[in-house]
Write a protein that binds this ligand. Structure first.
Ligand SMILES: O=P(O)(O)OC[C@H]1O[C@H](OP(=O)(O)OP(=O)(O)O)[C@H](O)[C@@H]1O
Ligand SMILES: O=c1cc[nH]c(=O)[nH]1
Ligand SMILES: [Mg+2]
Length: 212
């Protein structure tokens, strides 16, 4: 199941708010974190459980816990940071593996400039976060480097995905499931998602230049 578009009303409502061009940086940021939380809920719903026995208020009781699965959250810098707190609000103990990837806005190729991974990547579920999956070049580069580091189980959460980006991930990494709040129409001539959100990094960090 390579892509899951999560059609939950709360997600659809919040994403609709994010599409407004006049939304403040503060509100855009808050909504990115909130949808990050909701996508995390969906992307972890099949994690295996195991039972264990604990001392409860009335003696021994069988409870469930997530079965020995270590998780690392992988924000693709910079914009991925905009979803990080939302993810960590549900998985507070997760290690964070930062990957810096920037796309060249002329060639649309991805350039990796930072790789600070958690230890034992081979034994962790990696949850990649990035608001935008456009051509897919940044996501494919990130998955490539995670696999080189030994990762065997990788999921990706994005706010908005273009069909071209989904196809690129499917072609290079068919084992990776993408969870998204929306599959949008496509890309414009500059590689921006339509209708999309615009430049998500600039909107999260408040760095939008007046002439773009
Ligand atoms: O699918 P792609 O065509 O590769 O485009 C998507 C990438 O572009 C944006 O990052 P950007 O390169 O603008 O970096 P930033 O997060 O530092 O703003 C976005 O956050 C993705 O990482
Ligand atoms: O639509 C897009 C495409 C790439 N990066 C963004 O921030 N937005
Ligand atoms: Mg950007």
């Amino acid at each position: 199941m390579p892509v899951q578009e999560i059609r939950h009303p709360l997600i659809r409502h919040k994403l609709g708010l994010m599409r407004r061009a006049d939304l403040s940086t503060k509100n855009f940021r808050e909504l990115a974190q909130e949808i990050g939380t909701l996508l995390t809920y969906e992307a972890t719903k099949d994690l295996p459980l195991e039972t264990c026995s604990i001392e409860g208020w009335d003696g021994s009781v069988e409870v469930e816990k997530i079965a020995g699965k270590k998780i690392t959250v992988v924000p693709i810098l910079r914009a991925g940071i905009g979803m990080l707190d939302g993810v960590l609000s549900l998985i507070p103990g997760a290690k964070v593996s930062a990957v810096g990837v920037v796309r060249n806005e002329e060639t649309l190729q991805a350039h990796t400039y930072l790789e600070k991974l958690a230890p034992d990547m081979g034994s962790r579920l990696a949850l990649i976060i990035d608001p935008m999956l456009a051509t897919g070049n940044s996501m494919v580069a990130t998955i490539d480097l995670l696999k080189k580091a030994g990762c065997r189980e990788i999921r990706a959460m994005v706010l908005v995905a273009a069909p071209q980006g989904i196809e690129a991930v499917r072609n290079s990494h068919p084992d990776v499931t993408i969870y998204t709040a929306s599959i949008d129409q496509g890309l414009n001539a500059r590689g921006y998602i339509i209708p999309g959100l615009g430049d998500a990094g600039d909107r999260i960090f408040g760095t939008k230049q007046k002439d773009n």
